[in-house]
Design a binder for this molecule. Structure first.
Ligand code: GLY
Length: 312
């Protein structure tokens, strides 16, 4: 029985582990852990105070998968509600659908009784956004940004490869051996409105199957979508590869992507026995895990499979 998370899950891993200790499900543990990250204003890649899109609006993506049933739920580009992971879980458990986006996701959050969150960023974060735009755009360009018909041009100028990373991953295995994955993100800073990353795309940003294991990704979501990374990793275990071999193979798939816009990618994974692993394309990245007999989490370096960046 174990909880594994990306390192920005530190704030939530104890609550997730306690949920399982107290007999809760893997699904409940993942939701509890991620909600604490979504509420953390110091994390600019997830939930409240996440970096906004190019229009200055925070759009949230989240996905969750129950490895016992292979049921999943996700929301994409959801505005005005904080706990995207809970809305994703409600999509999974209360609708015949898997993915709701945009206005439909917000509408469903309201129907589920979530309180609207009028302001999703603190003033200093809005200032970071405005300062970034000011380096490329005049003040009058910024004032008219919502009406512009050439956002594609500006989104390329404002795109910052250093800010493409970020997202929280949780994987939990409960006392019954059931596995759940969850991911939540405010996505790529200064992104084009409506852009979805890998987090709401089941099989790209997360995938769980009790029979084999589970995986979840952070980093440049477009790469995980192109390589179907989370599903591929679990599929490699299904084909008989060990956890380490499956992780290496999934990273190699990412490394072998051709074309442009190749940046940092990271993944965490477990096999069905609860063995865990963390991989990254760059040095210095860590992940955390906690088992039920550990009083606190342990933080470990990720194994590096280098992926040379290519941009623009
Ligand atoms: N991995 C998060 C994103 O690209 O949106």
């Amino acid at each position: 029985m174990i909880v594994v998370a990306s390192s920005n899950g530190r704030i939530g891993i104890q609550a997730a582990t306690d949920t399982i200790r107290q007999g809760g499900t893997a699904v409940a543990a993942v939701e509890v852990g991620i909600r604490l990250v979504e509420a953390n204003p110091d994390d600019h890649t997830v939930g409240f105070n996440g970096y906004p899109n190019i229009l200055g609006e925070v759009e949230l993506d989240a996905g969750i998968m129950n490895g016992r049933t292979l049921e999943s739920g996700a929301v994409g580009a959801m505005k005005g509600y904080l706990h995207a992971i809970t809305v994703a879980r409600q999509v999974m458990e209360q609708l015949p659908h898997v993915l709701l986006v945009g206005d439909g996701a917000s509408r469903f959050a309201a129907e589920m009784g979530h309180p609207p969150q009028a302001e999703m960023v603190l003033p200093e974060t809005r200032e970071v956004w405005a300062n970034r735009l000011r380096t490329d755009m005049s003040n009058s360009d910024i004032e008219q940004i919502a009406e512009r018909t050439d956002l594609a041009r500006w989104v390329q100028l404002a795109t910052d490869p250093e800010r493409t990373k970020g997202t929280v991953n949780f994987i939990a295995q409960d006392k019954d051996g059931n596995i759940c994955t969850g991911v939540s993100t405010s996505g790529w800073a200064w992104k084009y409105p409506g852009r979805l990353g890998d987090s709401p795309i089941i099989g790209a940003g997360n995938y769980a199957d009790n029979r084999y294991g589970a995986a979840a990704c952070t980093g440049m979501g477009e790469m995980a979508i192109r390589a179907c990374t989370a599903h591929s990793l679990v599929f490699y275990m299904k084909m008989g590869l060990s956890l380490a071999e499956a992780c290496q193979r999934a990273m190699a798939d990412l490394r072998d992507l051709a074309g442009r816009f190749i940046s940092v990618m990271n993944l965490v994974a477990i096999d069905k026995e609860g063995n865990h692993a963390g991989y990254s394309s760059v040095d210095g990245r860590t992940y955390i895990y906690q088992t039920l007999n550990m009083p606190d989490y342990e933080e470990l370096p990720r194994t590096v499979v280098p992926i040379p960046p290519r941009w623009g």
